[in-house]
Ligand binder design. Structure first.
Ligand SMILES: Nc1ncnc2c1ncn2[C@@H]1O[C@H](COP(=O)(O)OP(=O)(O)OP(=O)(O)O)[C@@H](O)[C@H]1O
Ligand SMILES: [Mg+2]
Length: 462
C-alpha cells in the first residue's frame, strides 16, 4: 500500500504547502488552499539514472491529425485532433459541449475509427436520445462510468482512436478522500488520463465545467497539464456559439469556429462574416469592422450607444471589446477626433457574441461611437480597419490584403483604412486616412465640413 501524503494545494496557481495557510505563498490569493491526499508513489524519485537521447535521433512516426468531421472544430484545433493528446473543452452549462462532441464522435466512428464516449453526467439512455436527435452517432461506443481506475483500464485495453470524457468533474479516484469535482480529484483524473493518452495513443477530450468568472473549474494546473484548451462560448439564449482555443500546443490560438444551435444539433457557420457583418444602411451608431481572428478575417458589426449622463464617472461598457482599449478609444476621440464624451455614457457591443482582441478593430469601434455621438450614420457599404494610436494617428493593421479580400467577398464598396495600406486590384474602393479625424470625415454621412476633404481617395477598381 502506497504511503498517503497530505498536502495543501492552491486552487488558483497550484502551489503547494505542507500546512494550511490563509494566503497562498505562490500567487498571494486568499483562501484558495485546499487539502489534498495522494499516494507518494510515482512522485518519489526511484533514483536510477537514465540516458537522454539526442533530439535529432528521435524517431517521429508522422502523427497524422485525426479529422473530427466537424470542420469548425478541426480548424480551432489547428487541423484536427493530434493522436495521444489531451484536450480540455470548457464552457458554461448548456452551451452545447456534449452536443458538439457527440457529433464529432459520430463522424469519427462513421469514418471507421473507434470512438468512445465516457459519460458520467448523463445516462446511456439520455445520450441515446441526443444521438437520435443529431443522427449518425450509432457506431459510437458508450460507457457510463465515473471510476477513474476503470476508465483508464478500459482505455488501455481498447485503445480507441478518440475518447471523450463528459465530464472530468464526475471522475472519481477511490484512493483520494475528497469528493468528485474537487481540486484533488480533477487534477488526479487529468494527470492519470494524460499518462494513458500518451502511452496508449488515445486522443482524449475532457469536458470541463466553467465557473462563474469563466475559468475552467478545478485547479489552473489542469490548463497547464493538457495540450489544448478550447472554450465554447456564447449566449444560451442566442443560437450562435463561438469556439476558440485559449491554449494550443499544436496550432494557433487565434482560430475561431462559429456554430448555430438547431434542433438537429450544432451546425457550423462557414461564413460568419455574412451573419455578423450585416448592417442596415443608415443606422446611427453602427459600423462594420474587418477584424482578424487568427488567419481568418471576419466582418463584425459594432454597435454603439452614447447617452448623456450626470454621473461623475461616466460609464464605458463594452461587450466583446477590451475595456482598456475602449477607454483609450473614447479618450482619443475626445482629444483628437473632436468627439467630446466626458459627460456621456458609452456602450459598445460586438454582434454575435464575438470577442475582439485585436487592435485592427479600433477604427470601427471609434466610428460607431462617433456615429452615435453625432447622430449621423455611416455611409452605406462602408467597412473599416486600423489601429488607433494615442496621438490620434492611424497605424496600418496586419494582413490588410486578407481583410480586403473578405470585404470584396461580402460586397463592401468602400473601406476606410490607415494611410500606407496597399490596395488590391479588385475589391472595395480605399479611403485612406492618416488620423482619426480624417477617418471620421470620410466615413460619416455628415454634411458639415465637406465630408471627404482631407482624406485622399484612391479609386482602384479595374
Ligand atoms: N430539440 C432541440 N432543439 C434545439 N436546441 C436544443 C434541443 N435540445 C437541446 N438543445 C440545445 O442544446 C443545449 C444543451 O446542449 P448540451 O447538453 O450539449 O450542453 P452542455 O454544454 O453539454 O451542457 P452541460 O454542461 O449541462 O452538460 C441547450 O442549451 C439547448 O439550447
Ligand atoms: Mg453536457
Amino acid at each position: 500500500m502506497a504511503k498517503v501524503v497530505v498536502q495543501f494545494t492552491c486552487s488558483e496557481c497550484g502551489a503547494t504547502a505542507g500546512r494550511w495557510l490563509g494566503r497562498c505563498p505562490g500567487c498571494g490569493a486568499f483562501g484558495t488552499l485546499v487539502e489534498e491526499l495522494h499516494g507518494a508513489d510515482g512522485r518519489a524519485a526511484s533514483g536510477a539514472p537514465r540516458t537522454p537521447e539526442r533530439l535529432g535521433d528521435v524517431q517521429v512516426s508522422e502523427a497524422a491529425r485525426l479529422g473530427t468531421g466537424v470542420p469548425e472544430l478541426d480548424r480551432v484545433l489547428g487541423g484536427g485532433l493530434v493522436p495521444a493528446s489531451l484536450v480540455l473543452v470548457g464552457g458554461e452549462p448548456g452551451v452545447g459541449k456534449s452536443t458538439l462532441l457527440l457529433s464529432a464522435l459520430g463522424a469519427i466512428a462513421r469514418s471507421g475509427r473507434s470512438a468512445l464516449l465516457v459519460t458520467g453526467e448523463e445516462s446511456v439512455a439520455q445520450v441515446r436520445l441526443r444521438a437520435d436527435r443529431l443522427g449518425g452517432a450509432d457506431d459510437v461506443s458508450i460507457l457510463a462510468e465515473t471510476e477513474l481506475e476503470s476508465v483508464c483500464a478500459t482505455l488501455e485495453r481498447d485503445r480507441p482512436a478518440v475518447c471523450v470524457i463528459d465530464s472530468v468533474q464526475t471522475l472519481y479516484a477511490g484512493e483520494l478522500g475528497s469528493a468528485p469535482g474537487s481540486v484533488a480529484q480533477v487534477r488526479e483524473a487529468a494527470s492519470r488520463l494524460l499518462r494513458v493518452a500518451k502511452t496508449s495513443g488515445v486522443a482524449t477530450v475532457l469536458v470541463g465545467h466553467v465557473t462563474k468568472d469563466g475559468a475552467v473549474a478545478g485547479p489552473r494546473v489542469l490548463e497547464h497539464l493538457v495540450d489544448c484548451v478550447l472554450q465554447f462560448e456564447g449566449d444560451r439564449y442566442h443560437a450562435h456559439r463561438v469556439l476558440r482555443a485559449t491554449k494550443n500546443r499544436f496550432g494557433s490560438t487565434n482560430e475561431l469556429g462559429v456554430f448555430e444551435m438547431t434542433a438537429a444539433g450544432l451546425v457550423g457557420v462557414p461564413d460568419p462574416s455574412a451573419l455578423f457583418g450585416a448592417t442596415r444602411g443608415g443606422e446611427v451608431g453602427a459600423a462594420v469592422a474587418v477584424a482578424l481572428e487568427g488567419t481568418r478575417p471576419i466582418l463584425l458589426e459594432i454597435q454603439a450607444l452614447v447617452s448623456r449622463t450626470d454621473l461623475a464617472m461616466p460609464r464605458r461598457v463594452g461587450t466583446g471589446v477590451d475595456p482598456k482599449r475602449l477607454a483609450m478609444i473614447v479618450a482619443v476621440l475626445g482629444r483628437h477626433g473632436g468627439v467630446p464624451l466626458g459627460s456621456a455614457d458609452v456602450f459598445v457591443n460586438v454582434a454575435g457574441g464575438v470577442r475582439i482582441d485585436e487592435p485592427g478593430a479600433d477604427l470601427a469601434v471609434a466610428l460607431a461611437i462617433a456615429s452615435a455621438a453625432r447622430g449621423a450614420p455611416l455611409h452605406d457599404g462602408v467597412a473599416s480597419f486600423g489601429e488607433i494610436g494615442l496621438t490620434g494617428r492611424l497605424r496600418p493593421a496586419a494582413q490588410a490584403e486578407r481583410r480586403l479580400e473578405e470585404c470584396a467577398k461580402l460586397g463592401v464598396t468602400r473601406a476606410v483604412v490607415p494611410e500606407g495600406t496597399d490596395a488590391r486590384r479588385e475589391g472595395p474602393r480605399l479611403v485612406r486616412a492618416e488620423t482619426v479625424r480624417e477617418a471620421l470625415r470620410a466615413a460619416l454621412a455628415e454634411a458639415a465640413g465637406g465630408r471627404e476633404e482631407g482624406a485622399r481617395e484612391a479609386a482602384l477598381s479595374a
